[in-house]
Design a protein around this ligand. Structure first.
Ligand SMILES: [Zn+2]
Ligand SMILES: [Zn+2]
Length: 301
């Protein structure tokens, strides 16, 4: 845990120093805010919340403790995570240019920009799958990821219920864009659309997407990943972010059938808001963020 913290902090310093030196800190932060936590994302979240009220997988009050705490994680992400994460991402790009420039391919002159953008996005989704798989495979990473799985009242806000250090694992998703950077990038609108698609699977909805659900991750499909019969061990299924194909290739795809499963972690090894009073919700959120740095026997199992 200490190593992840130190390396992430060092990348943030490298990224911050370079962005400040080039005078692009402000523009980079506002671009990142627009892509990761901009108006489009908040509009999608608002629409999904309305759908959750109409067609919930599990009926519960709008202001349930789970929703309130996960909304707190969204606020934390937009206000306090996006800026340092942008610096860390810049740090990764700079260190690759300095020490591993062989990873960057020469310009592919005959590849259309659309094909490059599509390839990058599919690559990003594959890297996200790999990182998510690692979060369940390795004990140290699971201690960070368990917070996400501890939600017993899953809804669209649960997308943002992540420990800030988890984003360090997902830095591998930068590689497709870095490798193909000489040939073109991904338009901001496509990045935003991908972010919205990643947000939808946590919705408290029964939606399976029908035949499309065999290709695209649906709320019902991702709910099975959060089922509390699958703790952070080798039996976990449905790791996909947007595309189902990675789970199918790894024989880890289970398609929804029957009633929505309950979510959360058996035995509550992570402090959960369902055990707290309304007045103690901020304290519970802080306890959840501190939990990976404590030794929790139940999470080590
Ligand atoms: Zn997971
Ligand atoms: Zn999830």
């Amino acid at each position: 845990m200490g190593l992840i913290t130190v390396v992430t902090g060092w990348l943030a310093v490298v990224g911050c120093k370079t962005l400040v030196a080039s005078g692009s800190l402000g523009p980079s932060l506002s671009l990142a805010r627009g892509e990761m936590a901009g108006p489009a994302l908040f509009c999608v979240v608002a629409v999904v919340v309305a759908c959750e009220r109409l067609w919930p997988a599990q009926a519960r009050p709008l202001l349930s403790r789970g929703h309130l705490v996960d909304a707190g994680y969204l606020a934390l992400f937009a206000a306090a995570v996006v800026p340092p994460l942008t610096m860390v991402q810049s740090g990764v790009a700079i260190e690759i240019q300095r020490h591993a420039s062989f990873l960057v391919l020469n310009r592919l002159a005959f590849a259309p920009r659309l094909a490059i953008a599509g390839t990058v996005l599919v690559g990003v989704d594959a890297m996200n799958w790999l990182a998510h798989r690692a979060n369940h495979r390795f004990a140290t990473l699971w201690r960070l990821h368990a917070l996400h799985h501890s939600q017993e009242e899953m809804g669209v806000f649960t997308t943002f219920r992540t420990h800030p250090l988890v984003h360090s694992v997902y830095l591998v998703s930068l590689f497709p864009a870095l490798v193909l950077s000489a040939s073109g990038g991904v338009p901001a609108a496509a990045v935003i659309a991908y972010g919205c698609l990643v947000t939808l699977p946590h919705a408290n909805l029964r939606w399976t997407f029908g035949p499309l659900g065999k290709v695209i991750v649906s709320p019902a499909y991702h709910r099975l990943h959060h089922g509390n019969t699958y703790p952070g061990d080798g039996r976990a299924v449905n790791f996909g972010f947007v595309l189902v194909c990675w789970d199918r290739l790894a024989r880890r795809a289970v398609f929804p059938a029957g009633s929505p499963v309950t979510t959360g972690l058996s035995g509550r090894p992570v402090p959960v808001e369902q055990e707290a009073t309304l007045g103690h919700l901020p304290r519970t959120l802080l306890d959840q963020l501190a939990q990976p740095f404590r030794r929790v026997t139940a999470l080590e199992a």
